[in-house]
Design a protein around this ligand. Sequence first.
Ligand code: ZN
Length: 140
Amino acid sequence: MLLPISMSANNKRVRRAIIKILWDYGPMTKERLADMLQKHKSIRQVPSPNSLSALLCKNPQVVSLGSERVETITGVKATHMLFGIDSHLIQCEDDLLYSTPYNIMSPTQKKGALKCPTCGRRRIFPPDENRCLHCVRNNE
Ligand SMILES: [Zn+2]
């Protein structure tokens, strides 16, 4: 799949909002997430369920946490995947910032980002660290 060189501003806002919602409300299906994005003031266009899955799978801050069985009023059973924050990587709210991928950072955040000498990711480093949060966590 070819990716556009720069993501649209709306897409970046969507990706930042996804992380905040998953952090605040815990694991949920992409259907519930779409509902919550709909109520979000800064989001003009909520992505389709398919693009939402792509955004979730591409984000290193998000993991899939099994699935939930749902039954509709007509008795049709379906399995919906649950997505949540990677709790090994992200242990407190500040970690949300330190694990934000470079391409969805705001312009101000980009100015504070450094290239990690261990893995090459561009991230805002946690205080008193000389490498990114991914590498800090992998060494714990
Ligand atoms: Zn690193």
